[in-house]
Ligand binder design. Structure first.
Ligand code: SF4
Length: 374
């Protein structure tokens, strides 16, 4: 690994995704696209646009499962410690694609134990955030609550906790430190609990889904490597198989840094009042030039532009329209002021439509997710 370490709890920026793939042995996602076409599977927006850039065993686990008509599942987890933003939406869009287009069962873990141990939030607030921020926004985005298993980790039940206990006997401190650096009791429990999240759908009690994929940002790969090793070590005892994973590029915050709940001025939340979100967008870092004259002459740089990121990841689903914006920016035909006005309209329309569905989605969320008793 050349001494490099990815830190899922850290704030590193990952700029060179190709280099990252080579260093950590993640395969390029482009290599599985021909097989998807052969199987007649549609590509998601994020697959088409190379936002999903890598995978481990997606072909062996998921595509071969689909080719044989076997059931598949997709799992993700969220730590309910802040507000739901466009970075979260990127993952939820992938869940919706797998649910609608590939018929996958969806599992969503709410990492309330981790929020308590690592972020030190009050339990009641963690539970409220889990249901009203995370589950409600996911339902309002279009995730079908009837085909999704949302759960709080601390409520999950005996077979799930049996896995965590067994994992603790199959991993050493040296291994955990090699993956995570400094570890605390809370981080160790969180790491083993996440492994149980990923692997427990394979148990009969939770549906017996042997073919599971986990969509993650590249910074989460250490969890995947640990989980794959644990699956091997418990293969004979619990019949666990290695999961597949896909890796997506992280959307940047509006200043070019990390998009995160802890940086609210640079992060657009799906519950932001539309005017507030537009205010943030108008101040966003662009790839524009110092003067209008220079931009007309040299063109803008969409690759550096956080407004373009919003188009690419979320606000412009039509590939032809996106291409037109890209060309108009590069050629200097469109300047940043005009482009931001267009972005503001798209953002406002998206948020208004989304927020119309949110109150009803909150009611559904409280009715389908069992909150932990304490
Ligand atoms: S024209 Fe649009 S896409 Fe290009 S740099 Fe300016 S804001 Fe970004």
């Amino acid at each position: 690994m050349n001494g490099e370490r990815l830190d899922p709890w850290g704030t590193i920026e990952i700029k060179d995704y190709d280099r990252l793939r080579r260093v950590f042995g993640i395969r390029p996602f482009s290599e599985v696209i021909p097989r998807m076409r052969e199987l007649g599977l549609p590509l998601s927006l994020h697959m088409r646009r190379n936002i999903i850039f890598g995978h481990r065993d997606f072909d062996k686990v998921i595509l071969e499962g689909l080719a044989r008509g076997e059931k598949i599942a997709i799992l993700t987890g969220f730590m309910p410690s802040g507000r739901f933003h466009f970075g979260h939406k990127l993952t939820v869009d992938q869940l919706i694609y797998f649910q609608r287009e590939l018929g996958a069962k969806v599992f969503v873990a709410l990492a309330d134990g981790e929020a308590f141990a690592v972020r030190r939030l009050p339990r009641r607030e963690i539970i409220r955030l889990g249901i009203e921020e995370y589950v409600a926004n996911m339902i309002a985005l279009g995730l079908d609550p009837d085909k999704t298993d949302f759960y709080f980790q601390t409520n999950r039940g005996t077979p799930y906790y049996r896995l965590i206990q067994l994992f603790s006997g199959k991993v050493t401190m040296a291994e955990l430190e090699a993956i995570y650096g400094d570890v605390t009791p809370g981080k160790i429990v969180a790491a083993l609990t996440q492994a149980a999240d990923i692997l427990h759908p394979q148990l009969e009690e939770y549906g017996g889904y042997k073919r599971v994929v986990v969509p993650v940002g590249a910074d989460q790969d250490p969890h995947l490597r640990l989980t794959r090793d644990l699956a091997d070590r418990l293969h004979d005892i619990a019949g666990l198989e290695r999961p597949a994973s896909t890796y997506h590029k992280l959307i940047r915050g509006l200043d070019g840094g990390k998009m995160s709940s802890s940086r609210p001025d640079y992060t657009i939340f799906l519950t932001d009042p539309p005017e507030k979100a537009v205010w943030k967008l108008k101040r966003a870092l662009t790839g524009g030039r110092a003067t209008a004259e220079e931009q007309r002459r040299l063109g803008g740089v969409p690759e550096k532009c956080t407004v373009y990121d919003l188009y690419l990841y979320h606000l412009v689903p039509d590939d032809n329209e996106l291409l037109r914006i890209y060309r108009d920016c590069r050629s200097g035909t469109m300047l940043c002021g005009e482009c931001k006005t267009m972005g503001a309209e798209k953002l406002k329309a998206f948020l208004e439509k989304h927020q119309e569905k949110l109150e009803e989605a909150k009611e559904v969320a409280w009715s389908i997710v069992e909150p932990p008793r304490f």
